[in-house]
Design a protein around this ligand. Structure first.
Ligand SMILES: NC(=O)c1ccc[n+]([C@@H]2O[C@H](COP(=O)([O-])OP(=O)(O)OC[C@H]3O[C@@H](n4cnc5c(N)ncnc54)[C@H](OP(=O)(O)O)[C@@H]3O)[C@@H](O)[C@H]2O)c1
Length: 313
């Protein structure tokens, strides 16, 4: 495993991070049951993954509980990242709302510490920007939690350049967690340079485009989980058909390199400027094993060029 320093923090995180959204299960994903989820976390740790990313909203607390339980015996050897700012009234997709106010964060932190069965969270990230709350209020609350020793570092997720700059007026953030993959490259133009300038590490989420870049789907696939909702065009309609055509071409290159499509897609993320870690979502031990092989190699220059060509048009 390779490790990189996370922004201006003193954390050294594995380049493959464990993405714990999927193991949270409903209402987003179909998971594979507690035992397989717990085994996948343990396998990740055994194979050198030291960075685990979860959130309260993943399975409405379930993902945090699984992470806390599996990693309790090795707590001092791992880096736990969770989030705040998404609340729910009942356990249904439609009830999730943004709230990064002081009151909300103060409530959320104690719930997360309890579910994760720990005294401190290494990286506490605001999950989505809450435009109803002043950045000053959110940042001052997070700084207070830092002073109290409940969190070590502050990060943000899904923030625009302007929103990052607003936060920086009030304190240090060490990481940004944006969507980033061959199929989602928006951050490259403006966001990556701002992160580099401010020593903010980038944690790429959905590096496999929530499964599409594994190459296991075809244009007729109908999803039965959150991907069927048509929230974004990646998984339905013409956008999906176009993406599958690109993935088919990636598969050919991966074959020639002796790798899988998933390994080639994650490998691409890790080679991009400013990127610290790819947070790969997994549901079982086999996926953990397979994804580790994304590290430590590079496609031929000719294949690198071809990959760029396919995914920039
Ligand atoms: N901050 C945010 O707003 C945000 C949003 C999304 C995600 N995230 C973070 O990023 C992490 C990863 O994102 P993600 O779960 O959307 O997607 P991802 O990493 O792009 O894709 C993960 C999914 O692909 C499939 N998969 C993984 N490895 C595979 C392999 N080797 N072979 C075949 N299939 C494989 C699994 O689904 P199946 O087994 O069902 O096919 C898995 O759940 C999340 O867990 C979370 O930590 C954050």
């Amino acid at each position: 495993m390779e490790y990189r320093k996370l922004g201006s923090s003193d954390l050294k995180v594995s380049v493959i991070g464990y993405g714990a959204w999927g193991i949270g299960g409903a209402p987003f994903w179909n998971n594979e049951g507690h035992t397989k989820s717990l085994n996948s976390i343990k396998k990740a740790y055994d194979r050198g993954i030291n960075f685990f990313d979860t959130a309260p909203v993943y399975g409405f607390g379930h993902s945090e509980e699984l992470i806390g339980k599996a990693l309790k015996p090795v707590r001092d050897k791992v880096i736990l990242a969770t989030k705040c700012g998404l609340r729910w009234d009942k356990e249904a997709l439609g009830s999730i709302r943004k709230d990064a106010s002081r009151n909300s964060i103060l409530e959320e932190i104690d719930q997360s510490l309890k579910r994760l069965d720990t005294d401190v969270i290494d990286l506490y990230q605001v999950h989505w920007p809450d435009v109803e709350t002043e950045p000053k209020e959110t940042m001052e609350t997070l700084l207070e939690l830092q002073q109290k020793g409940k969190i070590r570092y502050i990060g943000v997720s899904n923030y625009s350049v302007e929103q990052i700059q607003d936060c920086l007026k009030f304190g240090k953030i060490v990481s940004l967690q944006p969507e980033f993959s061959l199929l989602a490259r928006d951050i490259q133009k403006d966001t990556v340079p701002v992160c580099l300038e401010n020593d903010i590490g980038i944690l790429a989420y959905s590096p496999l485009s929530s499964g599409v870049l594994t190459g296991k789907y075809d244009k007729n696939t109908k999803f039965e989980d959150w991907r069927s909702k048509g929230i974004i065009g990646t998984f339905t309609g013409e956008g999906f058909v176009r993406n599958i055509a690109k993935v088919d071409q990636l598969k050919e290159i991966a074959d020639k390199e002796g790798k899988t499509c998933a390994q080639t897609a994650v490998n691409w993320v890790l080679r991009q400027e400013g990127l610290t870690t790819a947070l790969v979502g997994v549901k079982n031990q086999d996926q953990v094993e397979e994804n580790l092989k994304a590290v430590g190699w590079e496609p031929s220059p000719e294949h690198c060029e071809k990959i760029e060509e396919i995914f920039t048009h």
